[in-house]
Design a protein around this ligand. Structure first.
Ligand SMILES: [Zn+2]
Length: 159
């Protein structure tokens, strides 16, 4: 796994353990070249999903993108980050289990709203209000592009 900080490809796994109730393996990695530390997650992927956007464009489903939009809605909410990871995995699992490789971005938005509605009303309202706007703007991506660039590209790090 390439180091996200210096690009060195020879990084070391320092620790591996189950996460999200054994749905994922969390690995802590260390880069001997720059001393950087980062975390990766290994998850089952049942199928390669393709998102069909409202403008008809197709793009590979990106779990990180979904995660960013959900974390933005969950910002400062008293919800355990592990719970959010589980929630995201649950949404992805549902998408993968629908039996189709192609998924409409609208369908994804609806599943996210349905899930958020059960977990946190404030996050639900936030997501729904942004979602409604990008339905009007016909672009699901608007949500993500509004994220600050510094947050968008920051790799997961921890001490
Ligand atoms: Zn490095």
């Amino acid at each position: 796994m390439r180091c996200p900080f210096c690009g060195n490809i020879d990084t070391q796994v320092k620790d591996s353990r189950p996460a999200e109730d054994h749905v994922a393996i969390r690995r802590r990695r260390f880069c001997p070249a720059c001393g950087g530390r980062f975390t990766t997650y290994e998850r089952v992927q049942l199928r390669d999903l393709v998102v069909i956007k409202t403008n008809g464009r197709r793009e590979d489903f990106d779990r990180d993108k979904l995660e960013r939009s959900i974390r933005m809605a969950m910002q400062k909410r008293p919800i355990d980050p592990e719970r959010i990871d589980q929630m995201i995995s649950g949404i992805v699992r549902r998408l993968e289990s629908m039996g189709e490789t192609d998924v409409a971005s609208k369908q994804i938005g609806e599943i996210v709203m349905e899930t958020l509605a059960r977990i946190d009303t404030v996050a639900y309202v936030r997501f729904a209000s942004v979602y409604k706007n990008f339905q009007e703007a016909d672009d699901f991506d608007k949500f993500v592009s509004e994220l600050r660039p510094s947050e968008k590209d920051k790799p997961k790090t921890e001490e």
